[in-house]
Design a protein around this ligand. Structure first.
Ligand code: 13P
Length: 252
């Protein structure tokens, strides 16, 4: 089963307008110069930069996504952004249920699921994030926690075209402490097995599962080469053109 890898950059709350445009332009230029790159590339800037970044990558093959969206199409939700608006300004994807949103904003599995339903209705690819904390790993609950988050967050109608899963162990995010290949493969395989229960074996085999958490040019190759790892969701290393590009170039 060949799944085309996805290399996605989550810029989080970083950069100003000029930085974001320069970063997007740099990535787009590299991507344009290598049309036969063996992966899809997505960048997810902060909301106010979306329009400028969509313009900066136009025609390059690099796509743009949001870092969150609301579960409703429109209405009185101050500070929130609808999936329909993300689509309208040129996004093709949205990250949902990132652990920083679960922690900072108390997002629950049910809310992530509702957001994914709304994202699908707007025609966006939903990147559904799950992952255990260090305390949960130390307590031997890693597989159970990830299976439970997956089951609770995955929307009805999820398939390999409209959904990507991102496994991001919380203890590996921004810490420089990357999961070992053994740890990553164990959880990715368990996620795929649970996907088979939830959406059927055939669809589970086609769905991409990204690894996220301190992925860098120097460790990306061995992670991306794992049988059940289909790319990465990258934070810090996605803020430098050369690092992000080097990670993408690890996809065979
Ligand atoms: P880092 O790559 O900075 O660890 O962040 C990972 C992440 O949270 C991507 O969503």
């Amino acid at each position: 089963m060949s799944r085309r890898p996805l290399i996605a950059g989550n810029w989080k709350m970083n950069g100003l307008l000029a930085d974001g445009v320069a970063l997007a332009e740099g990535i787009a230029a590299k991507r344009k110069a290598q049309p036969d790159l063996a992966c899809d590339m997505l960048i997810c800037p902060p909301f106010p930069l979306l329009g400028a970044v969509v313009g900066a990558v136009a025609g390059s093959g690099v796509t743009v996504g949001g870092q969150d969206c609301h579960g409703k199409t429109a209405g009185a939700h101050t500070g929130d952004t609808s999936p329909a608006l993300l689509k309208d300004v040129g996004c093709s994807a949205v990250i949902l249920g990132h652990s920083e949103r679960r922690t900072d904003h108390g997002e629950t599995d049910a809310q992530v699921k509702a957001k994914a339903v709304a994202a699908h209705a707007a025609g966006l690819l939903a990147i559904v994030c799950i992952g255990e904390t260090l305390a949960q790993r130390d307590a031997g609950q890693t597989i159970e926690v990830n299976k439970s988050q997956l089951k609770g967050s995955l929307p009805e109608g999820a398939n390999a075209v409209n959904t990507v899963i991102a496994y991001e162990p919380v203890w590996a995010i921004g810490t420089g402490r990357v999961a070992t290949p053994e740890q990553a493969q164990e959880v990715h395989a368990a996620i795929r097995a649970e996907l088979a229960v939830l959406i059927g074996e055939a669809e589970a085999m086609k769905m991409r599962i990204l690894y996220g958490g301190s992925m860098k040019p120097e460790n990306a190759a061995q992670l991306i080469a794992l049988p059940d790892v289909d790319g990465g969701l990258i934070g810090g290393a996605a803020l430098k053109v050369d690092d992000f590009w080097a990670i993408a170039c690890n996809c065979a």
